[in-house]
Design a protein around this ligand. Sequence first.
Ligand code: GLN
Length: 330
Amino acid sequence: MSMSDTSSAIARGHELQVLIDELYEKYLPHTAGEVATYIPELAKADPEAFGVCVVTADGRRFEAGDCDRLFTIQSISKPFTYGMALEEFGPAKVFEHVGVEPSGDTFNSIELQNGSNRPFNPMINSGAITVTALLHARYGHKTFEYLLDRFSVIAGRQLTFDRAVYESERRTGHRNRAIAHLLLNFGLVHAEAEAALDVYFKQCAIALTCRDLAMMAATLSNMGRHPVSGRSAYSITHVKDMLSIMFTCGMYDYSGQWAYRVGVPAKSGVSGGVITVVNRQLGIGTYSPRLDPYGNSCRGTEVCVEMASRLGLHVFDCLNVGSSFLDAIL
Ligand code: GLN
């Protein structure tokens, strides 16, 4: 592939493609972890499914495995709605409702921050429901339509949502319902908490592929502009805030280990997706539904740990192999 070719076509034979093929083959036989079942519809996922896609900040794409398979975005939606709330209300107002501290607790924790009673951060359910309620206070019954349009711009194609997964979570999501009511009790969400929760369930059921995830991650790595369509999805100020929270809180109570081992911002979802953002360079999307006890994809973590080490992606990699290696091969 010529260095001037900036199309999103798959570049077979490229050094990065060779690495992705190798990692895909290496981790394909790994079967650790369990598919999420607490949302009954998610239990139907194929545990063997596995896809890895990398998109450069200028739109070149490299991939292996199941990159066309649709699954639901789940918690990977959270940094994106957080960015929208920042844009809509400004960081000061959003901060009154949700903090920026790692919780060191599970994604569905019912604990709120001592003193303020705010959720610790927008990457856990309580914080994300608060963020969606803020958007709902502004957009009312049009909120989901608005969200789906925004997510489609970030991904660079029209996305849809999976009604079966949405209804399954709406039927069984009593814990999130309890969280929404607790937030209502503390005046952190407006009176229509149930309606806002419904939007949150729909937002989690947006259907996409791991190629879409890589594109969305690449939009963040490209300072908020979709690398192929060229459309602006976020201003750089908000991207900076989104990436900071993903770095400290994106992998829940594994975030410290992720920062230590991978060293770049990321976000996971219980359906098995992970996005990883290498600022100004790459967006990575992985899909593999078997999860570790933290609710993060096992193979997703394994691939990202190894890719970060092989490409020197860690932000504090003193040798800084990352930038120079990527400069050389991209
Ligand atoms: N919709 C899921 C929930 O609220 C999202 C959780 C996740 O992906 N970690 O439980």
